[in-house]
Write a protein that binds this ligand. Structure first.
Ligand code: APR
Length: 234
C-alpha cells in the first residue's frame, strides 16, 4: 500500500446515505424543508409536542429498517479492514448503515435512531418499533419518558473527547457527504489542518467549508468514495 498516511479520521454526513434512500436535511427536498427543526429536533419541541416528535422519528426508523448500505458504506468498511495505522470513522448520521456494511471503529456523535433513552432512569435500549407517550421504560417501567437516543439542537454531541483526541493525532482527515453547516462537526477540518493533516472533501457539491480542504472531489458518494478508497489502498 503506497499511502504515507498513518492516522486517519473520516467524518460522514447524510449525503453518504442519500443513495440508500434516506433523506438528507438541507438539500432541495431535505427533511428541514418539510419539518421545522425547532419542532422535531430540540428539547423544547419535544416538551411542546412529544407526539409530533415521536411520529417524526418513528417514520424515519421504519424507513431505515427498509434501507440498505450502498457502495460508499462498503468501501469505508473495506478501508477500515485494510488500514495499517490508526483509523476512526465519526458519523453525524443516526442510521446504522455503516455498521451493516461492516464498520466497527465508528462513533455516532449525534446518536442512533435504533436506540431509545429513558429520561427517568437514563437507560439506553435498542428499539426497532414505534414508540409513543404511553411507552414504558423496559428497565424502570416508568411510562412517558422514552425519547429517541439522538442529539438534538442545543444538546452536547457524544464522544467529543475521543473525537478530539483522534483529530489531534491524525495526518489524514476525510469528510464525506456533509454540508458543513452544523458545529462542532463543521469545525473538525480546521482542527485537522491546525495539526498539519492532509484534508479531503468528498461530496456532491462544495460544502460551506470547502475552502478549508486541500483536496476536493465532487460526485455521488457511491462512485467517488470507492474510487478514492481504491487509490488510497493502491
Ligand atoms: N453523494 C454525496 N454527497 C451527497 C449526496 C450523494 N449522493 N447527496 C447529497 N449529498 C451532500 C449534499 O450536497 C450536502 O452537502 O450531502 C450533504 C448533506 O448535507 P445536510 O443535509 O446538511 O446533512 P449533514 O451535513 O449530515 O447535516 C449535519 O445537521 O440536521 C442536523 O443532526 C443533523 O447530523 C445532521 C447535521
Amino acid at each position: 500500500m503506497a499511502t504515507n498516511y498513518r492516522s486517519l479520521v473520516i467524518l460522514t454526513g447524510a449525503g453518504i446515505s442519500a443513495e440508500s434512500g434516506l433523506g438528507t436535511f438541507r438539500d432541495k427536498d431535505g427533511l428541514w424543508t418539510k419539518y421545522d427543526l425547532r419542532d422535531v429536533a430540540t428539547p423544547e419541541g419535544f416538551e411542546r409536542n412529544p407526539a409530533l416528535v415521536h411520529d417524526f422519528y418513528n417514520a424515519r426508523r421504519r424507513n431505515l429498517i427498509e434501507a440498505a448500505p450502498n457502495p460508499a458504506h462498503a468501501a469505508l468498511a473495506a478501508l477500515e479492514r485494510a488500514w495499517p495505522g490508526d483509523f476512526l470513522l465519526v458519523t453525524q448520521n443516526v442510521d446504522d448503515l455503516h455498521e451493516r456494511a461492516g464498520s466497527t471503529k465508528l462513533l455516532h456523535m449525534h446518536g442512533e435512531l435504533l436506540k431509545i433513552r429513558c429520561e427517568s432512569c437514563g437507560n439506553v435500549l435498542p428499539c426497532r418499533e414505534d414508540i409513543d407517550l404511553s411507552s414504558a421504560c423496559p428497565a424502570c417501567a416508568t411510562p412517558g419518558y422514552m425519547r429517541p437516543h439522538v442529539v438534538w439542537f442545543g444538546e452536547m454531541p457524544f464522544y467529543m473527547d475521543r473525537i478530539e483526541q483522534a483529530l489531534n493525532g491524525c495526518d489524514l482527515f476525510v469528510s464525506i457527504g456533509t454540508s458543513g453547516n452544523v458545529y462542532p462537526a463543521a469545525g473538525f477540518v480546521a482542527e485537522a489542518r491546525r495539526r498539519r493533516a492532509h484534508t479531503v472533501e468528498l461530496n456532491l457539491e462544495p460544502s460551506e467549508g470547502f475552502s478549508h480542504f486541500a483536496e476536493k472531489r465532487y460526485g455521488a458518494a457511491s462512485e467517488i468514495v470507492p474510487a478514492y478508497v481504491q487509490e488510497l489502498l493502491r
